[in-house]
Design a protein. Structure first.
Length: 366
């Protein structure tokens, strides 16, 4: 007629009668009137924080766990991070949960998953907790990069370097990484025909960076490839309007014009071009040989012109000197003495001088 149940200090008894929950039995002995033997007591350990039972919902709704356990009722968009004794133990999605509080200190932080972004001061620890892999997706952004976050194709925001996490199950969440550091792109050689029908190959270098990450990702499929294509088109447009001689003579001006055109086009899809330079101008073999001959002839003509110019200047100087000496006999006398002094440095001379010029006197060599 009467049954009794012994509940230990670290246990609780869940009393059922005819499979209907009645109450929670605390530590000690409990006597229950049970003439039909339909009562049972399910013993559970409170040293294990999680209360797991097939009739958990009925037990919770009865209110019998008040003061004994922390109950969490999470809806479709609710999430919780559970700490037990100060340690992160799990991440919970929608559902019903109960945790015993007699032996452990239980804390629960509630979040709305519709915000998508999940921020937590202990994020690395949370991501390793039980249930985090199914409910959270992490994004690690390197230095010099940003990540654009899209949900169902719509841009939600941009995050900088560091570790970030986002809730799963709230749409298709995708992160696109974009590098913000300055980059250098080589525009490989391509055959271009100048205005005077000369085929040549030009190699260029473009220095650029991403100025608007959203534009760079949404306006074009591949912004680096788009910049390469625009640089090629600009090269053809600028070089094709110039003759070869003008192109070689105005190389810096051509580079500035190219830079202006590419910078304007690149700004349309979020890129900032800081410099563009022409690295190589490669001519066909026969054209190089022809230009070498032209250059050689030009330099020879310039050398001959300089020689003639110097000879003319020397003759003009001699003519001026002759006129001055002719009009001034004393200057001529001094000039003779200077010549005599130079000769005396190299030979032993006996010189007889008079009032006449040196040419009128006899000089005896010893």
């Amino acid at each position: 007629m009467i049954r009794w149940f012994k509940i230990r200090r670290y246990e609780r008894g869940l009393l059922f009668r005819d499979r209907v929950f009645v109450r929670v039995l605390g530590p000690g002995r409990h006597f229950v009137l049970d003439p039909l033997f339909r009562a049972r007591a399910d013993r559970v350990s409170v040293r294990e924080p999680w209360l797991i039972h097939p009739d958990l919902e009925v037990i919770v709704r009865s209110g019998a766990l008040s003061g004994e356990a922390r109950v969490l009722v999470l809806g479709d968009h609710d999430r919780a991070v559970v700490k037990i004794d100060g340690r992160v133990m799990g991440v919970l999605g929608r559902g019903l949960y109960a945790l015993w509080t007699d032996f452990h200190r239980v804390e629960a932080e509630l979040f709305d998953a519709r915000d998508v972004a999940f921020a937590h001061p202990e994020l690395p620890v949370v991501l390793t907790a039980e249930g985090a892999e199914e409910l959270l997706t992490s994004v690690a952004v390197a230095a010099g990069h940003v990540a654009l976050i899209f949900r169902d194709g719509r841009h939600l925001g941009t995050v900088g370097p560091g570790l970030h996490a986002f809730w799963r199950g709230e749409g298709d969440v995708r992160a696109v990484h974009v590098e913000l550091r300055e980059q250098v792109a080589d525009v490989a050689g391509q055959d271009i025909i100048t205005a005077d029908k000369v085929t040549l190959r030009i190699n260029a270098v473009v220095t650029w960076r991403v100025a608007d990450p959203v534009k760079a990702v949404t306006e074009v499929e591949d912004h680096a490839q788009a910049l390469y294509r625009e640089a090629q088109l600009a090269l053809r447009a600028v070089v094709g309007t110039r003759e070869l001689d003008a192109l070689l003579a105005e190389r810096e001006a051509v580079a500035r014009e190219l830079e202006g055109e590419v910078r304007e086009r690149a700004a349309g899809f979020g890129l900032a071009v800081s410099a563009l330079g022409i690295r190589d101008v490669i001519l066909p073999g026969d054209m190089r040989e022809l230009l070498n001959r032209v250059t050689e002839a030009r330099k020879a003509a310039e050398a001959a012109l300089v020689t003639r110019r110097e000879e003319t200047a020397a003759m003009r100087s001699q003519a001026n000197t002759a006129r001055i000496v002719e009009s001034n006999p004393t200057l001529m006398r001094l000039r003779e003495l200077e010549v005599l002094e130079k000769v005396a440095d190299r030979a032993n001379l006996t010189v007889v001088l008079g009032e006449g010029g040196l040419a009128d006197r006899v000089v005896k060599l010893l």
